[in-house]
Design a binder for this molecule. Structure first.
Ligand SMILES: Cc1cc2nc3c(=O)[nH]c(=O)nc-3n(C[C@H](O)[C@H](O)[C@H](O)COP(=O)(O)OP(=O)(O)OC[C@H]3O[C@@H](n4cnc5c(N)ncnc54)[C@H](O)[C@@H]3O)c2cc1C
Length: 441
């Protein structure tokens, strides 16, 4: 999950073990065609990261195998073949999607130690042994120990350089062969790459620099105004691990201190809210199920599950942005074109999907499907936790009303009152026509 050479606790753990065992370090990065929703969008973003990872690992003296499994009929044994020649495997501890299942399955199949390290959170998620009720219970616990963890990851120099020959499992990825490689893979070619976000470390660093220089100062005030473009847009790179939340937090703190403004609101989202999502995903048996929402929310939704909906849309109508509501449709189009939705409108998108789905379970399935298939930052602990937030997870009861019961409601009038809806409609209409994003870096 954490596909980067910098600020990576798993990589540094592997380096320390390699030194202790007087062995070289080989980094294996795999990309298969068989994972659910594999598409041109995700493959392109991931492959865009590979050449820079290769350069940086070579500079550190580590070996690198990037294995692209193009077709379902191709062998799926790269990790096992490499592990046959290894003393130890270090990987990511990650609580959702295929990585969780992988980590549960692989250790029994290889006869060597298998260590899963948390390189995703600032404060390791396993330090919080219970499922938290909400940000209000996690925040004080997290802040109590944050200073111990909020410091740069030390780079461990490798004592034994990798001198092995290139593995037959390795696929060379370059700027010029990338599109051909994607085309050769047996994946969903109908989901096109994002028109806004390019994968990889260099793009992540550029995005962070842009945010720190131009946006962080107005984040607290403008983050809920999509037309202000005041948020970091870092979630795709955070999801694929091209950049770490730890690096981003340290850089934001420094920029804020140097320029005399605050970063507290940004750090609240980046650390407290994000790590609350990891806490949920880690401790839930099925992080995507409605059974995870608090009892009051389950009861109130049960009472209102058969309430009459008007209109009711099918998954296909939602997917093709064919509702009566222009704001909902452009949120969906932003997902289709950019691969993410602005955070504030994403809440509206979720709430209205509940209002116009036949049942609560249908609404949940639609939201998960659309995120899994189209969101560059999807399939993440943040995905499932925030979708369940729309059903009351980590929230409190509000005034009772049809369909929603006592879970929070959001209205179009509220959005129009608080945000520049028209500006957003124009922006996304332009994206659709131009096929290019004027806000892309
Ligand atoms: C229905 C719904 C679905 C969502 N699905 C996803 C998803 O698939 N992936 C995803 O990363 N986020 C998701 N979110 C949370 C949030 O909308 C995004 O993290 C945010 O919009 C990402 O944009 P940004 O990087 O510009 O955020 P910024 O505002 O710049 O925040 C910086 C980082 O903090 C974290 N963050 C921000 N808001 C939240 C939040 N509410 N909860 C947890 N972490 C947060 C993210 O890692 C984000 O990149 C979802 C929210 C809702 C309501």
């Amino acid at each position: 999950m954490n596909r980067r050479v910098e600020a990576n606790h798993a990589l540094e753990t592997a380096a320390a073990y390699a030194n202790r065992l007087k062995l070289p370090l080989l980094v294996y990065e795999g990309l298969t065609c068989s994972y659910p929703y594999a598409s041109d969008r995700f493959h392109t973003f991931l492959l865009e990261g590979v050449p820079e990872t290769a350069r940086r690992l070579a500079r550190r003296g580590a070996g690198y195998v990037f294995h692209l499994r193009r077709r379902l009929a191709d062998p799926d044994r790269a990790l096992y073949s490499l592990a046959e020649h290894a003393a130890l495997v270090v990987t990511d501890d990650y609580p959702t999607f295929i990585t969780r299942r992988h980590n549960a399955r692989v250790p029994a199949k290889i006869g060597i130690p298998y260590l899963a390290v948390d390189s995703s959170c600032v404060v390791p998620m396993r330090l919080f042994e219970k499922k938290e009720y909400g940000a209000y219970t996690l925040r004080p616990k997290l802040h109590r120990i944050l200073a111990q963890h909020l410091h740069p990851v030390e780079t461990v120099p490798l004592r034994v350089e990798w001198t092995g020959s290139t593995s037959p499992l390795h696929t060379e990825v370059t700027e010029s062969n990338l599109a051909t490689l994607v085309a050769e893979c047996e994946i969903d070619h109908s989901v096109k790459p994002s028109i806004s976000y390019r994968g990889g470390r260099l793009a992540a660093e550029a995005q962070l620099r842009h945010f720190l220089a131009n946006k962080l100062r107005c984040y607290a005030e403008d983050r809920n105004e999509p037309a202000a473009h005041a948020t970091s847009n870092l979630s795709p790179w955070l999801h694929f691990g091209h950049i770490s939340s730890l690096e981003v937090a340290l850089a934001a703190q420094l920029a804020a201190a140097e320029n005399g403004f605050g970063a507290a609101e940004f750090l609240e989202e980046l650390i407290v809210r994000r790590e609350l999502a990891f806490n949920h995903a880690l401790h839930a048996t099925d992080a995507e199920a409605l059974s995870n929402i608090p009892n009051w929310a389950q009861e109130t939704l049960r009472k209102h599950d058969t309430d009459r909906r008007d209109p009711v849309y099918t998954r296909e109508e939602f997917e093709h942005a064919e509702t009566h509501d222009a704001l909902w449709n452009v949120c969906q189009k932003e997902l289709l074109l950019r691969g993410k939705i602005h955070g504030y409108y994403r809440m509206y998108w979720g709430k209205k999907t509940i209002e116009w789905s036949a049942t609560h379970q249908d609404a949940l399935s639609t939201m998960i499907y659309l995120h899994d298939r189209y969101a560059l930052d999807g399939r993440d602990p943040n995905t499932y936790t925030n979708i369940l937030w729309c059903f009351g997870l980590h929230d409190r009861p509000w005034q009772e009303r049809p369909i929603f019961g006592m879970t929070r409601f959001m209205s179009l009038e509220g959005m129009k009152r608080k945000t520049g809806v028209d500006a957003y409609l124009r922006e996304i209409a332009h994206l659709e026509v131009a096929g290019k994003d004027p806000f892309a870096l």
